[in-house]
Ligand binder design. Structure first.
Ligand code: ADP
Ligand code: PEP
Ligand code: CA
Ligand code: MN
Length: 713
């Protein structure tokens, strides 16, 4: 393939194509002198030289040897912010060397085996660089005075690549990780390996005295239990794997833009891909903040290249993602999909924040220039990222937020956009964010030009771009805002029966929030025609830690207190179900969202739909009125009503299951009384909103209480 179809040039002459004579024959060979210099008429070179060939007239390079030349290439920049001295700064008023030593000591403690006597010997820098190989003072963290048995790992050094820059991580990826390429736009294309999505069934949470009381367990809960001992077995496996490597990547970063409730996280991983992904997705510390980082609040050990041992208790596959709240640690084995880290931390926040009376939200968030904030809830693929990235508004975040008494704050420092069928015309801001620094997962690129084909699903349909939020031109930095005015629930209804937009009462909002409905088409495989309904409580059942009513009650209370309006927006099908109708045009959905933001939809004329009892507007600027009532768009009205009743039946069925869990009739009373409190109270008419919905309760959901995810078998 290489060079195929291209004009042939000879590059023998230092990169300048040799000139080919008009008849296609090479011109006669000339001396370098006659090529380099045009002679003046008196026989001398133009620059007055005497005929000795000089390469150029610039002064010579300031190095005596090649090594010296290379050493000149890199300089060490001074920190841009002075290191604070005095109160609270643990590393203040100490030397650079001492600070480095303490940093390595902290990392060594993080990486310490729990069964052996020492932590690993660590040294900073790339093992490939001779200059980075230690002579004497590497950090060796001693837990006990070493006795007779010292393991082999105590004899070797592990190099730590600490908070590398994107450029350095590019180099590491390209040198050492197969499948890494720089795309024509400058992004780093990479492969996540066998897993191209999250594996919710392999996610486990340590069950202990505290979590037994506090968390939601049992039917419908995403929290699959494991015991402390098994966690330690997996932790040891991950740590041993990481310590067996020549080098590990360590990221020290933050979660949550609310400074009062910021969490310090450390991510230890074996791939530059993982390090760059988290660099983009978490909040990046300033050099000063990094100097003062201290001990992390939470640590991820990502040994994703290495499988878990299937003989280990509780392990049902080679993949295990384990969360230990008491130890403040997460271990990843057997999956390299980077989204596990992002969403693992989100689970942590779904535990920590409600304890502080802060609501954690699986939602996008943006703000108008006048300060009106909107939240966009929805399961994967429903439009949180696409619709929160709006050229006319400030982006606060695309996926994970907190709502406290002070307003909203983004948990993350980056966005994670779906790329399948991405187009510059429809989503210009996301398109333009894919540039140097962005991680592009599992896309297909043209071999020679390195141009990405966003329509290609050869690796997976779940192709992704992870970029820092400031790559979106109108990002709101810091990513915080006032209390939301609108709460938009997104559903991609592949049945094609939900209206493009409905205004919700508070109890309807709670009902749909707790239901967390979406229906997507299973994929592009042949023969899959039936849309699959998914119900995921709080639009994020895979990430919630407490019972859904706990989050729903907080949302109801906040919406009521701050006067927010709820909306249900169908970003899915219109004019018939999947296969008959088509997906609602993004341009129309954007017009609908504009009307919500501007307040014009609040005062529109409404009519009530049958079965779901939704209030739908009769007119919206820029949207054809006939599509606002889905019944109009179906040719076959009987099929419409049948499908509508079927969907309502799925809702009822799902709600019955949830209600059992709430009331404790499923033998799971503990889950309904989270954090030692009375069952969270919902608005009294909440159940009324549920019972108003007609439907064929006997119909089964194709995926009952499904968690969000891609690797569902
Ligand atoms: N009417 C629509 N509204 C929102 N998204 C749409 C619409 N039609 C097509 N899409 C596509 O659906 C996908 C929505 O995905 P995304 O915004 O990443 O979802 P989420 O962030 O909720 O996981 C995008 O690829 C977008 O281009
Ligand atoms: C990162 C994810 O979120 P979303 O699909 O909602 O963007 C995910 O579900 O893995
Ligand atoms: Ca998601
Ligand atoms: Mn998203």
């Amino acid at each position: 393939m290489e060079g195929g179809g291209k004009a042939e040039f000879s590059f023998a002459n230092g990169g300048v194509p040799a000139v080919v004579s008009p008849r296609g024959r090479l011109p006669p060979i000339q001396t370098s002198r006659s090529i380099s210099f045009k002679k003046t008429k008196d026989g001398e070179d133009r620059d007055g030289n005497d005929g000795i060939c000089h390469d150029d007239s610039t002064p010579p390079v300031k190095a005596q040897t090649i090594d010296e030349l290379h050493s000149l290439q890199k300089k060490r920049s001074a920190p841009t912010t002075p290191v604070k001295d005095g109160q609270g700064a643990p590393f203040a008023t100490i030397s650079d060397e001492e600070r480095q030593r303490l940093q390595l000591l902290s990392i060594s403690a993080s990486l310490a085996s729990l069964t052996r006597e020492t932590g690993p010997k660590l040294v900073k820098g790339d093992p490939a660089r001779k200059a980075d190989t230690p002579k004497i003072s590497a950090v060796h963290h001693h837990y006990f005075t070493p006795t007779i048995s010292v393991s082999d790992s105590a004899l070797k050094f592990t190099h730590v690549l600490y908070n590398l820059s994107p450029a350095e991580l590019y180099e590491q990826a390209i040198k050492y990780e197969k499948g890494s390429f720089i795309t024509s736009a400058g992004a780093l294309a990479t492969l996540s390996g066998a897993k191209t999505g999250r594996a919710p069934r392999d996610k486990r949470v340590v069950f202990d005295e505290t979590t037994a009381e506090e968390l939601w367990w049992g039917k419908g809960s995403p929290n699959i239990e494991m015991d402390e001992h098994t966690f330690l077995v997996n932790r040891e496996r991950a740590v041993d794997y990481l310590n067996s490597l020549d080098k590990v990547f360590v990221n020290d970063q933050f979660l949550n833009w609310d400074p009062v409730h910021q969490i310090k996280v450390r991510i230890v991983s074996a791939r530059a891909y993982h390090s760059l992904f988290m660099h983009n997705m978490c909040i990046r510390p300033t050099p000063e903040e990094l100097e003062n980082f201290g001990t992390p609040d939470f640590t991820i050990y990502n040994a994703g290249q290495f499988p878990c041992n299937r003989y280990t208790h509780y392990m049902t596959s080679s993949t295990s993602v384990d969360l230990n709240l008491a130890r403040k640690e997460m271990v990843i084995l057997g999956t390299q999909y980077a989204g596990e880290m992002k969403k693992g931390l989100f689970s942590l926040m779904h535990y920590l924040m409600p304890k502080r009376q802060i609501l954690s939200l699986h939602s996008g968030c943006n703000m108008g220039k006048d300060g009106n904030v909107a939240l966009f809830f929805g399961l994967s693929g429903t439009g949180k990222t696409t619709l929160s990235t709006d050229h006319n508004r400030l982006l606060i975040g695309d996926d994970e937020h907190c709502w406290s008494d002070n307003g909203v704050s983004n948990i993350e420092g980056g966005c994670y956009a779906k790329c399948i069928d991405l187009s510059k015309e429809k989503e210009p801001d996301i398109w333009n964010a894919i540039k140097f620094g962005t991680v592009l997962e599992n896309v297909v690129l043209e071999e020679h030009t390195r141009e990405v084909d966003y329509s290609d699903k050869s690796v997976t349909e779940n192709t992704r771009a992870a970029y820092p939020i400031e790559f979106i031109p109108n990002a709101k930095i810091p990513c915080v805002g006032p209390h939301p005015r609108n709460v938009i629930l997104l559903a991609c209804d592949a049945f094609g029966v939900l209206p493009p937009v409905s205004k919700l009462s508070l109890s309807q909002t709670m009902y749909h929030f707790i239901s967390g409905y979406t229906a997507l088409v299973a994929g592009t495989e042949e023969g899959v025609k039936e849309p699959q309904a998914t119900f995921s409580a709080c639009f994020g059942a895979a990430f919630i830690m407490l019972h859904p009513t706990r989050y729903a009650a907080m949302l109801a209370e906040k919406m009521q207190r701050y006067g927010a309006t709820g909306w249900l927006v169908n970003t899915g099908w219109s004019g018939g179900r999947y296969g008959v109708g088509s997906r609602i045009k993004l341009a129309y959905t954007r017009k609908i969202i504009d009307a919500i933001h501007s307040g014009s939809l609040l005062t529109a004329n409404y009519k009530k739909t049958e079965v779901f009892g939704l209030d739908i507007p009769t007119e919206i600027e820029g949207v054809p009125s006939e599509i606002l009532d889905p019944m109009n768009t179906w040719q076959d009205k009987a099929a419409y009503r049948e499908t509508l009743l079927k969907l309502a039946g799925l809702f009822r069925k799902n709600f019955e299951i949830l209600q059992l869990a709430v009331l404790g009739e499923a033998g799971d009373a503990a889950g309904a009384v989270p954090l030692g409190e009375k069952p969270a109270m919902l608005p009294t008419d909440f159940y009324a909103a549920a019972s108003e919905i007609e439907g064929e309760g006997s119909l089964r959901t194709s995926l009952p209480l499904q968690e969000e995810g891609y690797d569902l078998k």
